[in-house]
Design a protein around this ligand. Structure first.
Ligand SMILES: Cc1cc2nc3c(=O)[nH]c(=O)nc-3n(C[C@H](O)[C@H](O)[C@H](O)COP(=O)(O)OP(=O)(O)OC[C@H]3O[C@@H](n4cnc5c(N)ncnc54)[C@H](O)[C@@H]3O)c2cc1C
Length: 429
């Protein structure tokens, strides 16, 4: 049987054969119902099925329709806006160390998944570069690399000259080089996970929006979609921001961040100095510049733009930013602009929440979810007893963000303010 129904294109235009949509059309009884067909849901379903559990996954639209398909595809197995020492202080030695191991190995975890299931997703695991500017950048980053040594010793610090040479960017004084990072085409990766999950026995149902999750009365849970019921011992909620619409306990627990991404035209030969080694870059500055090269030699660059801005305004803003950042800049046409919502936890750490016995939720991708939420699938499987091994993450209770009504606007406003502040400073050195 031909499992595929034509091509699906990722934001920057690579096609991938996608399986038939197969909407839920009858009642099911399984060990685990997974809600959401992004990397978190797909990886959880795959790992649970590989451990021997029967699994059904339901997705509102098509696989990868959420943050996964919108993602820039950067694989960055690093912390966001915190340090290993702070994580250890906050979570204690045992939990903190496991959290660092979880994040620090997420690059190799996604690379292993890609290799194990022969997923063709334009994987470019050539390394991840996190540069910083300022006189103390070298010292700061050396300290970070030292702190990471509790779980990994493969990170190194590049000086200003090396950073310039490997990034083609101006104005940075040092960088962390992480050899386990890089980039993937996220939609192709998700489609590959879907194929792997299906092969492992997962029943994947697209076009199946879940409308209710309720106790089934016998210690199990009932998941309703398309007027049909899936009864399961466990439910894994991996609907990202959509989790909160289904379970009141999860309302106000994560903050939305609208992210705009653009894909440029192919780089002209005069711009060959931009990331010549094919690494991905996300800097450690408050206005967060990120760039990577993808198929067709195009650049993917995020921008704090909003959907009401015109394509011409966004194209001009991206070019201004690239002109500021790149040593060999030429004006670039913008081929595609798209938006997505990344969800963040206030502490920027990944979280698996226990809502009730048998009901857990993967909470907040923190803009780094490709590798992290892929690795969360293995954790979910361990937490539900489908795989052996001590979980690296602990189940946590839902925690509403204090002052959520105001706080939900903060990530967007902070990004915008940081960008404006940077534009007012003198550029390139
Ligand atoms: C623009 C953008 C750029 C990003 N860039 C990067 C990057 O470069 N690197 C990186 O690591 N991370 C990046 N991220 C974050 C990353 O994409 C996410 O962390 C990750 O894809 C989240 O995966 P997920 O499976 O948790 O959620 P999602 O991919 O959002 O999946 C959730 C799924 O649940 C479905 N759903 C929702 N409600 C229901 C319902 N009621 N019933 C059934 N299904 C439902 C949705 O349709 C969706 O498909 C980016 C995010 C955005 C928005």
């Amino acid at each position: 049987m031909d499992l595929t129904s034509g091509e699906r294109r990722s934001a920057w235009g690579i096609g991938g054969k996608r399986p038939l949509s197969n909407p839920l059309a009858s009642a099911l009884e399984v060990d685990v119902a997974v809600i959401g067909g992004g990397v978190a849901g797909l990886s959880s379903a795959l790992h649970l099925a590989e451990g021997g559990m029967s699994v059904a996954l339901v997705e509102r639209g098509r696989i990868g329709d959420g943050a996964t398909g919108a993602s820039a595809g950067v694989i960055a197995p690093q912390l966001v806006r915190t340090t290993p020492a702070k994580v250890l202080r906050r979570l204690g030695q045992d939990r903190g160390r496991r959290m660092l191991e979880f994040i620090g190995t997420s690059g190799t975890t996604i690379a292993d998944l890609i290799a194990r299931h022969a997923i063709s997703c334009d994987a470019r695991m050539n390394g991840f570069i996190a540069p910083q500017s300022g006189k103390s950048a070298g010292r700061n980053l050396e300290k970070l690399v030292q702190e990471w040594k509790v779980v990994r010793s493969d990170l190194r610090v590049l000086d200003a000259e090396q950073t310039r040479a490997v990034t083609g960017c101006a104005g940075y004084d040092a960088a962390i080089f992480d050899p386990t990072g890089g980039g993937v085409d996220p939609l192709l990766f998700a489609i590959g996970l879907q194929h792997a999950a299906t092969a492992a026995g997962v029943q994947v149902h697209e076009d199946s929006p879940v409308t209710a999750v309720t106790p089934a009365g016998d210690g199990r849970w009932a998941v309703e979609a398309n007027g049909c019921r899936i009864v399961a011992r466990h439910v894994v909620m991996a609907a990202n921001g959509g989790n909160a619409d289904l379970v009141p306990e999860l309302r106000g627990t994560v903050l939305p961040l609208t992210v705009c991404e653009v894909a440029t035209e192919a780089l002209p030969p005069e711009m060959a100095s931009v990331l010549p080694g094919g690494e991905s870059l996300t800097d450690l500055e408050s206005d967060v510049f990120s760039v990577r090269r993808v198929a067709g030699d195009r650049l993917i660059v995020p921008l704090p733009a909003t959907p009401d801005q015109s394509a011409a305004t966004i194209a001009a803003a991206v070019n201004r930013r690239l002109k500021r950042m790149l040593i060999d800049y030429r004006p670039l046409e913008i081929e595609n602009i798209w938006f997505g919502t990344a969800w963040v936890n206030v502490d920027f750490l990944p979280r698996v929440t226990k809502v009730a016995e048998g009901l857990i939720a993967v909470q907040a991708c923190n803009g780094r979810g490709l590798a992290i939420n892929s690795a969360i699938g293995r954790e979910v499987s361990r937490l539900l007893g489908s795989s052996s091994g001590r979980p690296l993450l602990d189940l946590e209770p839902p925690r509403r963000v204090a002052g959520f009504f105001m706080a939900q606007h903060l990530p967007r406003l902070l990004m915008k303010a940081a960008l404006i502040a940077k534009q007012l400073r003198p550029s390139k050195s």
